[in-house]
Ligand binder design. Structure first.
Ligand SMILES: Nc1ncnc2c1ncn2[C@@H]1O[C@H](COP(=O)(O)OP(=O)(O)OP(=O)(O)O)[C@@H](O)[C@H]1O
Ligand SMILES: [Mg+2]
Length: 335
């Protein structure tokens, strides 16, 4: 493999203990359309442990954002959680309602949405936006205390204190993204979900934002789910990698193991497609789904693109199995 790591994980992939913070079980999210249900997330299970970053990868349309939105209970109609559990501190987020949901959503979880930096209010200074987030959920605070807290938050994400009084347009893309990270951690959530936090940034800035997330994780011990496409960045950033294909989870593994020995044919293609200067290779990955998400084939979800497909793949959906320590794969090749 060609990507260098900037941090090490234990052999079992759990870096700072192995308490489960978030436990997603058999999650299903469907979008109702006139021609049938789009199975955007179809029976997905995974856990997020204490103080770890899980990277969620997979091609466009495979259900990454929908998974994130479901965890935060922000799926909009015609989308609906049709099955499964989302357990956080023993509470099932898939079913709680009203005030309970509001409490959990912002006090225990935070979202850095896809395209977050463009969602900053252009006519409001940074400190005001962060202060609003804090005071909406914690009530009014003395001005001095609030200011200190905001300047501390900015420092945590590597921003100088002068950003406090700036407007979004005065910040670079990377600084804006870091301001969004500061806002996300303002209420000390147990889990932060960042949806494509580095797309639309240049490579150097991507790296800075990646390092900011890593730093925040290490300093605050917060758990994160980072959604992304960039496998190089994933290698730099995450403790474990979760790979989705067409609404299903196909592989979950400690990051080094999966880069050294990807097991699922789709993950293998993803990793082989990382460009390398040393060795120029043709791209083997054909792009785009081969089936309609409203009408998945029986059996394995990857069968139509898999180079190793056999009869059983066309009939039986392979279950997730732990093939190596903490390395799970859903593939008939290994049975
Ligand atoms: N409102 C909707 N109605 C019908 N289908 C939808 C709706 N929103 C999303 N989908 C479908 O659900 C699937 C998953 O979408 P999702 O946005 O979760 O993918 P993603 O993995 O985040 O993709 P990207 O990498 O492009 O952000 C896609 O096939 C998409 O077309
Ligand atoms: Mg998305």
């Amino acid at each position: 493999m060609t990507v260098s790591m900037t941090h090490t994980v234990g052999s079992d992939g759990a870096k700072n203990g192995s308490d489960v913070v978030l436990d997603v079980r058999n999650l299903k999210v469907y979008y109702a359309t006139p021609t049938g249900n789009v199975r955007a997330v179809d029976d997905v299970s995974f856990q997020v442990y204490d103080s770890e970053i899980v990277g969620l990868v997979g091609e466009s349309g495979c259900g990454k954002t929908t998974t994130a939105m479901a965890i935060l209970r922000l799926v909009q109609p015609p989308g609906r959680i049709t099955g499964g559990q989302i357990l956080l501190d023993g509470i099932d987020l898939a079913t709680i309602q009203g005030a309970d949901l509001r409490d959990v959503r912002w006090n225990k979880m935070a979202l850095i949405p896809q395209g977050a930096m463009n969602s900053l209010n252009p006519v409001m200074r940074i400190h005001k936006q962060i202060a609003d987030a804090i005071q909406t959920h914690e009530g009014r605070k003395p001005a001095k205390e609030l200011k200190e807290r905001i300047i501390n938050l900015l420092a945590t994400v590597g921003l100088p204190s002068r950003v406090y009084s700036m407007y979004p347009h005065e910040l670079s893309g990377g600084m804006k993204q870091r301001a969004c990270i500061a806002m996300a951690i303002a209420l000390h959530p147990a889990i932060v979900i960042a949806d494509e936090p580095t797309s639309a940034l240049d490579v150097v800035v991507q790296r800075v934002v990646g390092e900011t997330l890593l730093d925040v994780k290490e300093r605050l011990g917060v758990s994160m789910i980072v959604i992304g496409h960039d496998m190089g960045l994933m290698a730099q950033l995450v403790d474990r990698l979760a790979v989705m294909y067409a609404g299903r989870m196909v592989e979950i593994s400690p990051v080094e193991t999966v880069f050294d020995e990807p097991l699922h044919p789709y993950t293998q293609l993803l990793i082989e497609s990382i460009p390398s200067i040393k060795e120029r290779k043709p791209l083997k990955l054909t792009e785009g789904l081969t089936h309609d998400l409203r009408n998945p084939p029986p059996g394995c979800i990857f069968q139509l693109r898999c180079p190793h497909v056999t009869d059983i793949c066309r009939e039986v959906n392979p279950p997730m199995r732990e093939l190596r320590t903490r390395h799970f794969v859903a593939c008939h090749l290994y049975e």
